[in-house]
Design a protein around this ligand. Structure first.
Ligand code: NAI
Ligand code: MG
Length: 364
């Protein structure tokens, strides 16, 4: 089959890590008989340098017309330091918000997975990790506090700032459906995280999630208050399969969960809308401090490409092959600097891409 992919290398380490993900995808194509057609667009600082805006309308249309988008990262002080003084809509990161909003990407899926080989890099004690750590956070991405009405004003001489947390039942239902669909392909457990003891929006959240659960009798649903969840994540992380939560809680909990996997360079993500379309990117940023040195870890981007194959193209076998190749390369002892430990072989970004591409096997 033929597939059209928009590539957004972006800024900083973005081009280096996207190049390796493409290398791995092309190897998958070769072995499994697919052709991936790529169109590259500029977003972030590189687009500001070229066109004066972080994302052109034309670039957004190119992304919209493709089957999926693979993004490196945007931002940082590479190229042009004017970016830092610019108005918010002229900063590199505005490109990211514009593409999420423009394509209606309301579901942010973040798998957090600790490879056995990286147990040393995990900050938790071995007995707490126990039988491993393998979960997915399903975070609502276009509603809640970050998108609610806001204002700052002086009332009776006192400065006052207001943010509003709004959710309607449709927004809750569509993200809940995503979480349950994902749970059906995993251990069939959804933990819905809210603050229903205090917030009205959380009470509605709980009610709608309960309704959605009725369509998934095989999935075990439980509810957890967000403060308890923050604690449970470091006390007993193995209990979680799929965490379903709203925008801000998901933002915070996913950073907490990410640390359990050893390095930010290991964490992939998908941002999805109601169609098969998705935008896939590592969870980290453009890491300007290590850009251009061939030392960035490309695994998060390569695992994001695996998610792309799975979610947008339904190529489960191919996605499994990529994930297995990563596991094999770690087993072989190859490490980039961020996950390096004693007795391992330190390699660079491009070599890591080569090793993983070489390890792709046909499942047929
Ligand atoms: P960052 O994630 O870029 O870097 C944090 C630390 O992790 C740095 O020490 C960096 O060297 C290291 N790191 C990140 N990715 C790595 C990798 N693949 N391999 C090895 N080490 C890695 O976050 P920071 O420094 O806060 O932000 C830098 C720029 O990235 C900012 O302009 C920020 O706005 C932007 N950013 C962009 C995101 C995106 O495009 N989705 C997400 C987060 C930040
Ligand atoms: Mg965050």
């Amino acid at each position: 089959m033929d597939y059209n992919i928009t590539l957004i290398p972006g800024d900083g380490i973005g081009p280096e890590i996207v190049r390796e993900a493409r290398k791995v995808m092309d190897r998958v194509g070769q072995i499994y008989g697919h052709t991936f057609h790529y169109k590259e667009i500029l977003m972030g600082g590189c687009s500001i340098d070229a066109y004066g805006v972080p994302l052109t309308q034309e670039a957004l249309e190119t992304a919209r017309e493709s089957d999926a988008v693979l993004l490196g990262a945007v931002g940082g002080n590479v190229g042009n330091s004017r970016w830092y003084d610019a108005a918010p809509d002229k900063r590199p990161e505005a490109g990211l918000l514009a593409i999420r909003r423009g394509l209606g990407l309301f579901a942010n899926i973040r798998p957090a997975f600790l490879y056995d080989q990286l147990a040393d890099a995990c900050p938790l004690k071995q007995e707490i990790i126990g039988n491993g750590f393998d979960m997915v956070i399903v975070r609502e991405l276009t509603g809640g506090l970050y998108f609610g009405a806001r204002r700052t004003e002086t009332i009776d001489g006192v400065m006052t700032a207001v943010d509003t947390l709004t959710y309607n039942e449709n927004e809750i239902r569509r993200i809940a459906v995503k979480a349950f669909d994902i749970a059906m392909k995993r251990r069939k457990k959804v933990t819905s995280v809210d603050k229903a003891n205090v917030l009205d929006s959380s009470r509605l959240w709980r009610k709608v999630v309960e309704e959605v659960a009725e369509d998934y009798p095989k999935v075990e649903l439980s509810h957890m208050l967000v403060d308890n969840c923050a604690m449970q994540l470091v006390m007993n992380p193995g209990q979680f399969d799929v965490i379903l939560t709203e925008n801000m809680f998901g933002d915070i909990l996913s950073d907490e969960a990410s640390m359990i996997t050893g390095s930010i360079g290991m964490l992939s993500s998908a941002s999805l809308n109601e169609s098969r379309f998705g935008l896939y990117e590592p969870s980290h940023g453009s890491a300007p401090d290590i850009a251009g040195q061939d030392i960035a870890n490309p695994i998060a981007t390569i695992l994001s490409a695996a998610m792309l194959l799975r979610f947008s193209f339904d190529l489960d076998q191919e996605a499994d092959a990529v994930e297995e190749a990563v596991r094999q390369v770690l087993k072989d002892g190859y490490r980039t600097g961020d996950i390096m430990s004693e007795g391992c072989i330190r390699i660079g970004t491009a070599q890591m891409g080569d090793r993983i591409a070489e390890r792709i096997r046909s499942g047929r």
